[in-house]
Design a protein around this ligand. Structure first.
Ligand code: ZN
Length: 406
């Protein structure tokens, strides 16, 4: 007998698996929220067990996305308290294929706290998501739960590093090299103590100093390059060139999937990832994140602020669809959204399809639309229809898009 509270047993047949590497047609046995077996030959489920057998008919099966930069508390607050954003509901993540998030505080690490951040991470975990986060925020001294970055990483389960600490930005604390090194060492040592990643996730602003502080930190300290993880590196084209050079020295760099206007001095996430991969620098040292829940200012034709929008987890899938439309192979682009993030951040059982890993899986149809989402072994989206939603969300109703069967 199966415990009614545990995820169902599933047999997924004829899935074209991108693990993220392409491993061809596979059958997967799923139970207890994990991948129990995967084989190119027929899998026999244990006898006497109720099992849902599904033929995917060669559709593409991928690991759920690991979004490395998400304002899980809601971000914003830079245009007055009325511009503070509420937390996104669960289905905004699942409908975008995001099954794990790294939560963080941004500019508003004053009205918002690490306590609130951890509460939101735990709320996402209760609803089946993978959820970790960073201690601190834009500013120094950093906001923490235990009084130190090192203590937060060592003792607070979901906290795995510090960030997004702002540099080269008018909104930053203007940290000096010594201050940056001190806080990076706190993250590194906290990570060593707890077996966590211990990274410093750095928000890069538009400032001309770019990544100079990080280059000096690498040159003048013993800290490993992997500790420094700059993000928003595609916001200026010259900054992106600096980021590629830094990746060649061992840093993992993160591209943000924000909207880029025609003629803007920035690269879209699709352009940036393609350029990075073409550069020949280690393909495992790049990732793409959404900045979901963060504030996106929108400007009219005259350059006036017309309204503000909110970053969405769906930007990751849109970026992948754009790159597939340019005929880039899925296995080439997928690591930046899955395994690269999980490996850098040492997230167990996430970011790849392998026996023993969590059953966080996505199905793409022929037009690269997301038709199915399995989160911890439960269907949240099945053949384009919502099966589960988060707390306070309306019950399943309209599908996120019209599928041909409707
Ligand atoms: Zn930022």
């Amino acid at each position: 007998m199966q415990n009614p509270d545990s995820p169902p047993m599933l047999l997924l047949r004829n899935a074209k698996v991108f693990a993220p590497e392409s491993v061809g047609l596979q059958n997967l046995l799923i139970g207890g929220g994990r991948i129990l077996a995967m084989s190119a030959s027929t899998l026999e489920p244990p006898s006497g067990m109720a099992i849902d057998s599904i033929n995917l008919d060669g559709a593409r099966l991928l690991p759920g996305f690991v979004d490395g930069h998400v304002h899980v508390t809601g971000g914003g607050g830079e245009g007055g308290f009325a511009t503070r954003i509420s937390p996104l509901p669960l289905s905004r993540y699942t409908h975008g294929g995001v099954t794990s998030v790294i939560g963080l505080l941004g500019t508003d690490d004053c009205a918002r706290s690490t306590r609130e951040l951890v509460a939101n991470l735990l709320a996402l975990r209760e609803q089946g998501m993978g959820a970790w986060g960073y201690s601190g925020g834009y500013h120094l001294p950093p906001t923490t739960l235990t009084g130190s970055i090192r203590g937060d990483i060592a003792f607070v389960d979901p906290l795995i590093g510090v960030g997004e600490l702002a540099i080269s930005d008018h909104r930053s604390s203007q940290p000096t090299l010594e201050e940056l090194l001190r806080i990076a060492s706190e993250a590194h040592v906290g990570g060593l103590m707890s077996g966590k990643a211990g990274v410093i996730h750095l928000h890069l602003g538009d400032g001309p100093r770019g990544l100079d502080l990080v280059r000096r930190a690498l040159a003048e300290s013993e800290l490993p390059a992997r500790v420094f993880n700059p993000t928003h590196v595609n916001r200026r084209r010259a900054l992106f060139e600096e980021a590629i050079e830094l990746a060649a020295k061992g840093c993992h760099v993160d591209i943000t999937a924000f909207p880029v206007e025609e003629g803007e001095d920035a690269w879209s996430a699709a352009d940036a990832l393609q350029r990075y991969l073409d550069s020949g620098v280690a393909a495992h040292r790049v990732s793409v994140s959404s900045d979901a829940g963060g504030c996106l200012p929108c400007f009219d034709a005259e350059g006036q602020l017309s309204h503000m929008d909110v970053g969405t987890p769906g930007a990751l899938l849109t970026t992948i669809q754009e790159l597939l439309g340019r005929d880039l192979p899925l296995e080439r682009i997928l690591p930046a959204f899955t395994s690269n993030v999980a490996n850098l951040l040492r997230l167990p059982r996430k970011g790849s399809i392998a026996v023993g890993n969590d059953a966080d899986l996505l199905v793409l149809d022929e037009e690269a639309r997301l038709t199915d989402v399995l989160l911890g072994g439960y269907w949240h989206l099945r053949e384009g229809k919502t099966m589960r939603r988060g707390a306070f969300e309306p019950l399943p109703s309209a599908p996120p898009f019209q599928s041909s069967s409707d």
